[in-house]
Design a protein around this ligand. Structure first.
Ligand code: FRU
Length: 477
């Protein structure tokens, strides 16, 4: 190998999640489906593995699982760096760039933050910036960014959700070039201890009824510190988003590492899914994670749906079904009943760190139980189901090598509704863990940096018994 070659295959390079080949990545941007291809653009620094010089990187996929690197799509210009935004397909040529043009709408971050557009007539390979940029500016608002645009058929206009300091402002346009302010949402509602970023407004149905969901990422001020994504459920009439009366904030993912996620546009109605991907990191420590030539990964692509948690509507999320194509032969560990502890050592032969664990737990006469994945170095990641306190806590304090004081300091907590049984699905990929309980009603995404792979699985209960059913492990990839 030449002395100029990079170690692309470094220790914490995930095996089945999207990571940039070289350089820094943060938010997913401009996700759009066109002609059988899913596009993923992303905040990208091609010159180094820390934040800066923001471009839009680009990758494509046929199945939301296997991604192909593409040339960098959009580079900074005299208006500034290219911050987060979205992409649409202009089927009716409303903007005049061509029928079916792919149009990116993004923030130009210079002295001021303004919104700009660029179009592609070759399916996202190359983009031309509109000469009339910026298309939207405001003399007074400093944090003015992350445009997410969709076509709202009933009002025959494009609608943009824009993060405006600590509110979301909606704008409407007939042509993506001239924008009119429609309304502003969020004052006094939800979490407000940080700046609002990366909104997304989209419909989901529940029992045949359409509701509108508004995602708002916030940093800092997440439920477990640092960055996280809150959401609101309500109605949208083409002008105003009216939230249902609920106990806000609600959080999409209580883990520390799912931020700035938004959904794909232009997914065919025949598919009907609302597809999501998030940035699997946290601004608390993102620039310091112990990788060298690249930094950060995306979550697995997920399907969103409305569900009822027994108390109110929530947005549940689960891995897309395509992910199951990565599963090797299922390995059945056991059906077991335990009074205190059950341990599976070396649960996966030839464990490369990429696997999926699924099982169902039925607790009897106990207020809490836990399971953990561990390695021979004494590193351990524990999931504690504290039923009495309606909390699902993740303890990663002893999970990883030390690299940043903010990383492993406290328990990562999510609310847990008491149920007869809990179905658990855990995706592990070298340096990431994504936990989905009860079909994605409770989600915890947390990065980990163990010095070797976890290959012991341990269940524990202090009293009563646990029925453990269908404990299955799949090697992935
Ligand atoms: C969110 C964010 C966005 C911004 C981008 C810059 O993580 O701060 O608000 O557009 O990152 O890279």
């Amino acid at each position: 190998s030449s002395k100029y070659s990079f170690e692309y295959n470094e220790k914490y390079r995930l095996l089945y999640h999207f990571t940039p080949q070289y350089g820094w990545m943060n938010d997913p941007n401009g996700m759009v489906y066109a002609d059988g291809t899913y596009h993923l653009f992303y905040q990208y620094n091609p010159y180094g593995a820390r934040w800066g010089n923001m471009h839009w990187g680009h990758a494509i996929s046929k199945d939301l699982v296997n991604w192909q690197y593409q040339p960098t799509a959009i580079a900074p210009d005299k208006l500034g760096a290219i911050f987060s935004g979205s992409a649409v397909i202009d089927h009716d040529n409303t903007a005049g760039f061509g029928k079916g043009a792919m149009i990116a709408i993004f923030t130009s971050a210079g002295d001021r933050q303004t919104q700009s557009i660029a179009y592609s007539l070759d399916g996202g390979k190359t983009f031309t910036k509109y000469e009339g940029n910026p298309v939207l500016s405001d003399a007074n608002i400093i944090d003015f960014r992350d445009p997410k645009v969709f076509w709202h058929a009933p009002s025959k206009q494009w609608v943009m959700s824009l993060a405006t300091t600590q509110t979301i402002t909606f704008y409407g346009s007939k042509n993506l070039k001239e924008w009119t302010r429609l309304s502003e949402f969020g004052e006094g509602l939800g979490a407000h201890s940080g700046v609002w970023e990366c909104p997304d407004l989209f419909p989901l149905t529940y029992e045949g009824k359409t509701k509108w969901v508004l995602f708002v990422s916030i940093n800092p001020g997440g439920p477990n510190g640092g960055s996280a994504t809150q959401y609101f459920i309500g109605d949208f009439d083409g002008k105003t988003f009216t939230p249902d009366a609920m106990n806000y904030p609600l959080w999409l993912d209580y883990g520390r590492d799912n931020y700035a996620g938004v959904t794909w546009s232009n997914v065919p109605a025949a598919d009907g899914r609302r597809l999501f991907i998030g940035w699997m990191s946290n601004w608390d420590y993102a620039n310091e994670i112990p990788t060298v030539n690249f930094r950060s990964a995306m979550t697995v692509a997920r399907t969103l749906r409305l569900a009822h948690n027994g108390e109110h509507l929530i947005v549940a999320s689960e891995p897309v079904k395509e992910l199951e194509s990565l599963r090797r032969e299922p390995l059945s560990l056991a059906d077991k009943t335990t009074f205190d502890t059950v341990t599976f050592e070396n649960f996966l032969p030839n464990n490369q760190g990429a696997y999926e664990l699924t099982f169902t737990v039925t607790p009897n006469d106990t207020d809490s139980f836990s399971f953990s994945i561990e390695n021979a170095k004494g590193e351990v990641l524990t999931y504690l189901f504290d039923i009495a306190n309606k909390t699902l806590s993740v303890d990663r304090t002893k999970s990883s090598v030390a690299f940043n004081a903010n990383f492993a300091e406290m328990l990562v907590k999510a609310p847990l509704t008491a149920k007869k049984s809990y179905t658990v699905r855990l995706l592990v990929d070298k340096a990431s863990t994504e936990l989905f309980v009860n079909n994605g009603e409770v989600v915890q995404t947390n990065t980990v940096f163990p010095s070797e792979v976890y290959n012991t699985l341990r269940f524990k209960t202090e009293k009563g018994t646990l029925n453990l059913n269908d404990i299955t492990v799949y090697k992935l990839k």
